[in-house]
Ligand binder design. Structure first.
Ligand SMILES: [Zn+2]
Ligand SMILES: [Zn+2]
Length: 165
């Protein structure tokens, strides 16, 4: 069942992409289709560079870096992909339908991003959005310090205190 669902989601995403390209008067090139397909199959955050490298390995033809970057921007405009700007680190991307299923905890020290799911919070947001508003997506970022960095900071503090004595 899950794979069936995934298949329909993939087909719906590809349809939306093709419709978007037509509306913009852009050509439906094999590169654009492969790019969309690769993105719709991802199950994690990715950078433009990750996508470029994936296509170098898996696509049956060469896709330039410039093509990847410009089409990623188009996928964002088409509403299929979300661009995250976690703290000062470079942009990461995520499939739109996936991004709505969780929120992000971001460590401002090391940049680690932890995905968290909270079904209660999700249904609250859904109910909230029903009020005369058509919600397409949402993102929730919680900034702080991850447990690893917290531990390291505590150790440093301890060491500093010792040398002062
Ligand atoms: Zn995410
Ligand atoms: Zn950290």
């Amino acid at each position: 069942m899950e794979t069936e669902k995934a298949k329909t989601a993939l087909a719906a995403g590809e349809d939306a992409w093709i419709r978007f390209l037509q509306q913009r008067g852009l050509r439906k090139t094999p590169e654009r289709l492969a790019l969309c397909e690769a993105v719709l199959a991802t199950e994690e955050h990715f950078s433009a560079e990750d996508l470029y490298e994936l296509l170098q390995r898996e696509a049956r033809f060469r896709v330039s870096r410039a093509t990847v970057y410009s089409n990623l921007q188009l996928l964002v405009e088409a509403g299929l992909v979300v661009r995250h700007q976690f703290s000062n680190f470079s942009s990461v991307y995520e499939r739109m339908d996936r991004a709505c299923g969780h929120f992000h905890q971001i460590c401002t020290n090391c940049g680690a991003v932890i995905e968290r799911d909270d079904s209660r919070l999700r249904s609250q947001i859904r109910e909230m959005c029903l009020n005369r508003f058509h919600a397409a997506s949402y993102s929730l970022y919680i900034y702080g310090v991850c447990s690893r960095c917290k531990r390291q900071m505590a150790q440093k503090n301890k060491a500093n205190k010792k040398t002062k004595k």
